[in-house]
Design a protein around this ligand. Sequence first.
Ligand SMILES: [Zn+2]
Ligand SMILES: [Zn+2]
Ligand SMILES: [Zn+2]
Length: 417
Amino acid sequence: MASDTITLTAQCHCNALTFTSPPIPRSSLPLKATNCHCNSCRHLTGSLRGSSDILWPGPPPSSPSTNSLLKKYTFSPRLNIFFCGKCSTTLFWEDNSTPGTTTYLVFTGVLTPTSPLREGEKLVEWDAHMFLDDTTDGGAVNWLNGLNGPAGEKPRRWLGWKDKSEEANPQNVWPQDKKLFPGYAENLLDAEPPNKGDVPVKCHCGGVDLLLNAAQAQQDFKDRQARGEQLPWFVDPSSYKLLGSLDGCDDCRICSGVELFAWTFAELKHISYSAANGGGVLPTDTTKLREAVVENKGPGLGTLALYASSEDVQRYHCGRCSAVVFYACDSRPDMVDIAAGLLHAPEGARAERVISWSWGGKLGFGSDMKGTWREHLAAMTEQETEQFRIARGFPKSFRRVVKEQGASAVPGGSGQV
Ligand SMILES: [Zn+2]
Ligand SMILES: [Zn+2]
Ligand SMILES: [Zn+2]
């Protein structure tokens, strides 16, 4: 009898919080999930993918038996978020949109079945992508058709609310009109105001309110190249844009609550406080940044908080709304990874005037998914990002060329297909 049921856990990255469902019948699988690409969800999780959740089949996570580390954030008048106060893992939605009823949804990125799935059994099935319109350029939607596996249904696409807005065809690249995402062919060096300049890096609650000084960074890299200096590994030597890269690792999945995280990379000297916070550059090395956050120096850092996930790694997040913000490690003292979902770029969620995305090729840390219910997601991402690149006529990125052909390919720049 026991084998006819399955139990689920939702656990944060630091393991301080674990929630367990009662045994649920295997006949109730797969559990239906929705992926929301709206601006609010992207700015809440830091993920380019927004949020992804299923109805939680367990007891309410707010019950008194839960750990006091569980923190609550008011996302909207009807929705609250529960997250870990130590590692900031985004765990649950509390939904009060139906008067008199409270339901809980769990983020798919923190979900683990406690016993193996049977042959052919699926834990989660994504039925929809919603709020594509918010992304302007499609964000991550074009490489998430295979969420349900190669033989599974493609999730339906909605420009706004699921079932209540215009529907887009999942067979097509979205948006169809290339003019709707002009960012790829342009960069900030030759952009016109008001699109020339800084890109806000801002979480949902606005407590983390920083600026990526992208135009200044591109000029700086161009000047350094002219002086014969070697550019950092994450800078496109032709466009001076910053590398954008997808990440399949367990750590970023759990901390954000969403599979397939997306990062871009920047030197700390190219990140500043917002004008509202007095401007000025962030501490320019990761040791000073860590000290400033730990000692809560200066109002400009706002709600930026720190979780040391290992001895040499610092994961920065918003202590109020839980958004993933930066990843820093001691071996790269002058730079951080920036959560791509926090960028507020006018050209769209992928911020393509600023970021040179690496499409196709091997997914970073995709092997973390091996042997888990998410195993198909790595191959899906590799195939679909390549299909997207070819459909849009984008060349292989500089980073992929370097990886595939070795460092000698660099002088050719990113134009090599
Ligand atoms: Zn935690
Ligand atoms: Zn949303
Ligand atoms: Zn926040």
